[in-house]
Design a protein around this ligand. Structure first.
Ligand SMILES: [Zn+2]
Ligand SMILES: [Zn+2]
Length: 323
């Protein structure tokens, strides 16, 4: 696979192109191809998990009208188990067993040992922040919102009466998160917020699945606050549950470290956005959002890893910091 002078993978396809869904004049074929890559397989998989979670792994509404430990613990455990299972499966296959070696891996490094990490160990450090903070704060948002739904404080649509609105909100949830997080992420890159909060995530230059939700608790509050759109628009609790799961699962898969996951020779599944975000971890001041929304292109913060793009980013940083 083609690599640059420091061993970082340079994909041969045009990774820096803006999302064709927002192209003008429209490019329907490109947009359809992009949509397929965006939805298949991970986003559709998350949607199925959200439906099953609502149907089989969420307590009855009548139980959730009071804050009682039983049902809150059930939600805490199911969220933690799902988080741990997804990160573990990807980590063991791609990083421990090295099932596909360096194929589609953007860096030549593996998870590191360094004094900057808790217990001097990147994986254990990342596991700690993911389980102790992300899993807990995600559950806290979900529990409070489910209580408010159960109590009747939040009116919501019935999918049987409004199937189109329900499905539309489900499909727009990933887009909403990417739109929201671009701005939250730029705020986290202000000098104050970076030093206080965001540096915890950025200690990971090389990232793996466990790095996905390895952040400071304040950053987790920002991430999971994206769930609050659902009570505001009267969406069904399932939509809110999907939003929280998308934040968690999407971040874990999005930091997997591989742009494609090789199933067998010649058969891969797309782990869309990995390479794009890896450039953010390598260069810091670019690609704040996902390629899904065109904000990086619109505001000139996009970087495709090419020498020209890196020069443009350095010039922008010099202008920002006045040196
Ligand atoms: Zn990241
Ligand atoms: Zn960042």
């Amino acid at each position: 696979m083609p690599r640059d002078e420091r061993g970082y993978w340079r994909p041969d396809k045009d990774i820096g192109a803006p999302n064709p869904v927002f192209s003008w004049p429209p490019k329907p074929l490109d947009a359809a191809k992009w949509l397929k890559e965006y939805l298949w397989p991970f986003t559709l998989f998350y949607m199925i998990v959200a439906v099953l979670t609502w149907l089989y792994l969420t307590p009855e509404m009548s139980r959730m009208t009071e804050f009682r430990p039983g049902w809150m613990l059930e939600i805490f455990l199911r969220n933690q188990l799902m988080l741990i299972a997804l990160a573990t499966v990807l980590h063991v296959r791609m990083w421990t067993q090295k099932a596909q070696g360096y194929q589609y891996k953007w860096s030549l490094n593996w998870m590191g040992k360094s004094r900057k990490f808790l217990w001097n160990d990147q994986v254990r450090d990342n596991m700690f922040w993911s389980i102790a903070s992300a899993g807990t704060i995600w559950t806290a948002f979900e529990v409070v919102l489910l209580w408010a739904y159960a109590k009747g404080h939040i009116p919501y649509i019935d999918p049987r009466e409004h199937p189109v609105s329900f499905v539309l909100i489900l499909f727009l949830a990933p887009l909403w998160y990417n739109l929201y997080f671009y701005w939250a992420h730029r705020f986290l890159h202000t000098r104050f917020m970076y030093k206080l909060v965001h540096h915890v995530h950025h200690r990971n230059i090389d990232v793996g699945p466990w790095s996905g939700v390895s952040q400071h608790p304040i950053e987790h509050v920002f991430m999971y606050a994206s769930m609050l759109i659902h009570p505001l628009i009267g969406a069904h609790p399932l939509n809110m549950i999907f939003q929280g799961q998308f934040v968690t699962f999407g971040s874990i898969v999005g930091h997997g470290g591989f742009e494609e996951i090789v199933i067998k020779d010649g058969v891969t599944i797309s782990s869309y956005g990995n390479y794009w975000h890896s450039l953010h971890h390598r260069f810091f001041e670019c690609n704040y959002g996902e390629p899904t929304v065109p904000f990086d292109h619109l505001f000139g913060t996009n970087c495709d890893g090419s020498p020209e793009a890196r020069e443009k980013m350095l010039a922008r940083m010099r202008a920002m910091h006045g040196s």
